[in-house]
Design a protein. Structure first.
Lengths: 409, 194
């Protein structure tokens, strides 16, 4: 293993791209903020803050999905992902960064009482609305702020603890006893993250951040749907970075066997996402109760119809057909293409989840959306690359590493 | 079904088995099969077996299931016996998707199991010759079918020199027959001479 390149060096081209994206995106973001975000017109305010909200929430949840991947793999004592675990760790370092942006945006929206975004912020309306009154124990500014703060802080903290323990595998070779206690401690730490993840991403956080935009409406599938969306996009992001690093001559121990398993996750969770998409849609369609169908009315029959069905084609049909074959999952070019497509598809999904409720009558997809997306992608590229460069690419004394090297599907 | 002559080599270690497989194949012999107590990673590759087509068959069965479900349900609900169910359109695709999905899975699963049984010649009551009792316990049993050109003694020596712990020449039944394992050993090992 002497010839392994352990140190990632950030290619100059990558930096240029990242700075260019941050520059262009940052200009769009600031321009949008001053012309629309702080404008006196409510539609413009809703447009800007809504756009920023879905972008920042999307990227926070996607980067957090990388840590979720590490934690459930650790819990299952999975070995195959050890050869590229530092990629997932580097992506998860973005959680505090994007989490802070999400925190700032959401707290601003709640504190400045933007009730055109969150209707439940309008105290006068809540007082004479029996449905909102019934939900007030959960949907109120105090609980929102406390729970958001706790969620982001603890994701970051438990994620940090997981990355810390992974560093122990860099130092000295472990004997059997040390390896055993290392394994148990890793599992304990991942347990904390997983339990908190279940209480937030898989349940309360999507209710608070996204579903409460339609304050009267609710769906019991919503959080799982959001989780599936962010997790499959997270796997696509890991795949992209693995392929990029591999392309630059790093990750010698990761090969098409590992790619096959990553692509399996992309394939399987695309179908899992569709399962939840359909379960949510079908039950509401079948029952046909106006207070529930209101969510789909303008999505299926109104302005959002093209986006709504594009969503299904990109996130279900394309992965189903293209990634089904074994040879496709082992093809680096094809998986890279599918990863970009899936990331784009779920970004569009988040777009219609938020903007489809905020701007019901017209699709606003335009320079602001792509500008803010560019800003987030730029930050992501730069910071993941820096994080990769800051520690060895291989946890070379990890007790499971050998099993990962000989991994065969 | 016919009696054929086989040379059998038994190995007690994967590390010995793999180079032996390679040696026997480079020597020009065609290995009929290696019987192992558990799935051995990479052995099918070492034996030069082609990738199974079972998944292609599974895909075709699945598509058949989908087609059956769609054509059947749509014919019943739009042509044969249209019913007004909750004011829904007769062609109510969302309501059918669960059934379409279930039939796809059912056809694919049952079809693949059947195909697998057919390919492996397995069914209740179907028996085949076992080349060594310990093949299901702790021995890797390599079997080479003899042709008229094969010098069985040479091959036996080659296997032994490559680390086989036991070698054997058997004239045994190549196909399958009906029988039960509780009857007697004659049914289990259909073998003429050593």
């Amino acid at each position: 293993m002497a010839s392994i390149k352990e140190q990632f060096e950030i290619p100059g081209k990558l930096k240029t791209w990242a700075y260019a994206l941050i520059g262009i995106g940052g200009v769009a973001l600031l321009y949008g903020m001053f012309t629309q975000g702080f404008s006196t017109d409510e539609h413009e305010q809703v447009h800007f803050w809504g756009t920023l909200m879905y972008n920042t929430i999307f990227w926070t949840l996607v980067t957090n999905a990388a840590m979720f991947f590490l934690c459930f793999s650790t819990m299952a004592q999975a070995a195959w992902m050890q050869s590229f675990r530092r990629i997932a760790e580097a992506i998860s370092t973005l959680v505090p960064v994007f989490g802070s942006i999400t925190f700032a945006v959401l707290i601003y929206v709640v504190v400045s009482e933007k009730h055109h975004i969150y209707h439940w912020l309008d105290a006068a309306a809540v007082a004479k609305d029996p449905i909102l009154k019934g939900k007030a124990g959960f949907l109120n500014p105090t609980f929102f702020i406390i729970w958001t703060t706790l969620a982001i802080t603890l994701w970051s903290y438990f994620g940090y603890r997981m990355r810390q323990i992974s560093r122990e595998a860099d130092e000295n070779p472990m004997d059997a006893e040390t390896a055993k206690s290392f394994n148990i401690r890793s599992m304990t730490r991942s347990g904390f993250f997983l339990v908190w993840f279940g209480l937030t991403v898989a349940s309360t956080i999507p209710w608070l951040w996204l579903m409460s935009i339609d304050a009267h409406w609710y769906s019991t599938m919503y959080s799982w749907y959001t989780f599936a969306s962010s997790f499959v996009a997270g796997m696509a992001l890991i795949a992209l970075w693995v392929i990029y690093a591999k392309n630059k001559g790093y990750l010698e121990l990761t090969n098409s066997e590992h790619l096959h398993d990553i692509a399996k996750f992309m394939f399987a969770f695309s179908i899992f996402w569709t399962y939840l998409w359909f379960s949510q849609y079908m039950l509401i369609w079948y029952a046909n109760i106006p207070e529930e169908t209101v969510y789909f009315k303008h999505r299926v029959q109104g302005a959002y119809k093209p986006i709504f069905f594009l969503n299904l084609v990109v996130n279900f049909l394309a992965p189903l057909i293209i990634l089904m074959k074994r040879s496709a999952k082992r093809n680096f070019t094809l998986v890279a293409f599918m990863a970009v497509l899936i990331l784009f598809g779920h970004w569009i999904d988040f777009y219609q989840m938020v903007m489809g409720s905020l701007m019901k009558d017209h699709v606003t997809l335009g320079w602001l959306d792509f500008g803010i997306l560019g800003f987030f992608v730029g930050v992501l590229i730069l910071m993941v690359a820096r994080s990769l460069a800051s520690k060895p690419l291989i946890a070379k004394n990890h007790p499971f590493l050998k099993e990962s090297i000989i991994h065969q599907v | 079904m016919a009696q054929k002559k086989f040379v059998v080599g038994c190995f007690d270690d994967e590390k010995v088995l793999f180079p032996a497989v390679k040696q026997v194949r480079t020597a020009g012999y065609k290995i009929k099969d290696v019987y192992t107590p558990f799935p051995v990673h990479g052995l099918d590759h070492a034996l030069g077996m082609r990738e199974t087509s079972l998944h292609t068959a599974g895909f075709i069965y699945g598509i058949t299931g989908t087609t059956t479900a769609i054509s059947c349900i749509s014919w019943i609900f739009t042509k044969d016996w249209p019913l007004n169910i909750g004011g829904k359109p007769h062609f109510a695709l969302p309501a059918w998707i669960p059934i379409i999905f279930e039939l796809t899975v059912l056809f694919a699963a049952v079809g693949m199991v059947m195909t697998f049984m057919w390919l492996c010649q397995m069914a209740p009551g179907v028996k085949k010759h076992h080349f060594h009792k310990r093949a299901t316990d702790d021995l890797f049993v390599m079997v080479i079918e003899c042709t008229e050109k094969t010098n069985a003694e040479d091959l036996k020596a080659l296997l032994a020199s490559n680390g086989a712990v036991e070698t054997d020449i058997q004239v045994a039944e190549d196909g399958w027959w009906f029988g039960t394992y509780d009857n007697d050993d004659d049914n289990l090992y259909k073998q003429v001479a050593h």
